[in-house]
Design a binder for this molecule. Sequence first.
Ligand SMILES: Cc1cc2nc3c(=O)[nH]c(=O)nc-3n(C[C@H](O)[C@H](O)[C@H](O)COP(=O)(O)OP(=O)(O)OC[C@H]3O[C@@H](n4cnc5c(N)ncnc54)[C@H](O)[C@@H]3O)c2cc1C
Length: 302
Amino acid sequence: MTQEAADLLGPLPPGMVRPIGRVRLYGPSLRYVDLASRRYRFFATDTPALMAWMTERARAAGAEVMLRTAFREGAQNSGSVQVNGGKFTARLLIGADGGRSAVARAFGLPGNRRFLVGAEWACPLTTEPEALHVFLTRAHAPGYIGWAVPGPGHLQFGLARLPGAPVDLPAFWGFAAPALGLPERPEVLGERRGVIPVGGRLDPVYKGDVVLVGDAAGLVSPLTAGGIHTALAFGDRAGHLAADYLTAGGPHPGPALARAYPRFRAKGLSRRAFEALPDAALDALACLPALAQGAFFTRRRV
Ligand SMILES: Cc1cc2nc3c(=O)[nH]c(=O)nc-3n(C[C@H](O)[C@H](O)[C@H](O)COP(=O)(O)OP(=O)(O)OC[C@H]3O[C@@H](n4cnc5c(N)ncnc54)[C@H](O)[C@@H]3O)c2cc1C
């Protein structure tokens, strides 16, 4: 995750994240440029441990967290929302259920339509490429990037790409491993897969007493495909607005969030341009330190 997202979380228990202040950016020919910052860090995470820690913090703050309990269907009538055939009733439902939101579907809100597909392996830290290694390669990751980063316990090796062909991590390993000094054959200890919505923010993002946040609302930068910072920032804002609405007679959170959510118009256009760049242009990008430095190490507000 980015520095901005880590700042929102505050101090984390030791061993849960690994700060990385260097980026090595490779073009399709594997020519690269090294970038560094003393003030801005990326944070490789032990994601299951971080999720468990956040869950405990939510419980400690008074939330009842029900794991392995899926939202399946819902309906709303004046003043209340029923979930799963009336098993749960609420005055306000916040759909934070990701890029393929079932909440959005159930309540007739729009869903994301443009995605990247991504996958990441956890591998042993056989070498320590102490940088976030970023690969621009249309052959393996058209429309996005591949990456290798030493996490708190493992090497995280992955890519995301436009759909149309499967995510081929073995082929990407064959391409990137020699540049990283990694063994010819990967030892895969774990794998995660997912989709990243990159079509931009959805509209509307609420209907009656149902409100969407995070990936469910399309709050992912279409260019960087980063959604953790916006999910945390607007999840926090949605929580405060909901508390004010439910306990202090404050305004409905929907309109306030709809006004605050970014539209990502310029980033959507930049994505289209990036997708069209030929290999020669990607190689040129990987040789422009000033441009690359700004792209990786600029603080962004939501
Ligand atoms: C491979 C990969 C790498 C990524 N890397 C980065 C990165 O480096 N930086 C970055 O900023 N972003 C990254 N992203 C994007 C980032 O993960 C998301 O933008 C972010 O997690 C969005 O948070 P969210 O809470 O909105 O959704 P999610 O993190 O998707 O969480 C949604 C939750 O809802 C649950 N859920 C789904 N359906 C239901 C249901 N019916 N009932 C109950 N619960 C349900 C899911 O199990 C999940 O726990 C990456 C995505 C992928 C796939």
